[in-house]
Design a protein around this ligand. Sequence first.
Ligand SMILES: Cc1cc2nc3c(=O)[nH]c(=O)nc-3n(C[C@H](O)[C@H](O)[C@H](O)COP(=O)(O)OP(=O)(O)OC[C@H]3O[C@@H](n4cnc5c(N)ncnc54)[C@H](O)[C@@H]3O)c2cc1C
Length: 267
Amino acid sequence: MYNFAYHKPKNITEAVNILQNADDAKVLAGGQTLIATMKLRLASPTDIVDLSDIEELATISKTDKGIIIGAMKTHTQVSKSEIIQNNIPSLSYMASQIGDQMVRNQGTIGGSVANNDPAADYPAAIVGLGAKIFTNSREIRGDDFFTGMYETCLNSEEIIVSISFPIPIRSAYVKFKNPASRYAIVGVMVADYGSDVRVAVTGAGNSVFRLEKFEQALSNDFSKDSLSKLTVPTADLIEDMHAGAAYRAHLVKVMAQRAVSDCCSQI
Ligand SMILES: Cc1cc2nc3c(=O)[nH]c(=O)nc-3n(C[C@H](O)[C@H](O)[C@H](O)COP(=O)(O)OP(=O)(O)OC[C@H]3O[C@@H](n4cnc5c(N)ncnc54)[C@H](O)[C@@H]3O)c2cc1C
């Protein structure tokens, strides 16, 4: 590891101040990605701003708008929160399926979302559940947040403070995981909001995407069979050592149908 200045601010204003005045600062959440990236010299920030002492980032609450989760909540905390289990069980289940116990104890929702790994689970939950991201300076719709592989619309001096999830009538997340890392080869979130059905896919493309044809079919008839004649175009899907584009397209449909079946068993 090379030298850098380490900061541990007590509040968001102090943290943003450091980000604005440093040459090239990065915030540190669970460190599951950032530390490895620095060790490999893929990033060499001059300043590290550790968010772990900021209490405002570590809350989970229920309001009339839904469930609000602070950016520093770990995957374990999200998976074990009774508020989340009782209101959006698909979200607590999704968090329980991330990586291994050590990764879940350290990795945070804010870090995962800011990182936008194409195989990460949270992007499917953010887009599939129609979530909103609140930063120190603005509110961003989940649909507008993820802009490409490892890219988001965050600017370098912006901190994710919390994420709010409207509570669906029913929802389910199903993933086909890489057996070594547990990252998604394909993961699909299906959420039924009555007038609005959302289907979001992670792992298959450069970034999370919605499947509008699947959403329309489910809006007309919320059943697994309504998807049976639909296909997933392969043109924009990832080809890598884990799966080809055609296989991923097949998996997307199968995972979506399983998620719909899970939803149907909830009512
Ligand atoms: C072995 C292994 C297996 C994994 N498996 C999975 C998996 O199955 N599914 C999955 O989804 N993920 C998986 N992950 C990813 C992991 O769960 C973390 O979510 C991810 O590494 C980033 O979260 P973090 O809190 O550690 O962020 P950090 O590593 O601390 O930060 C990551 C990036 O986000 C930025 N950042 C962090 N917090 C904020 C914030 N509040 N505002 C703005 N920017 C911020 C940092 O500056 C940095 O650029 C795995 C990781 C490992 C190491």
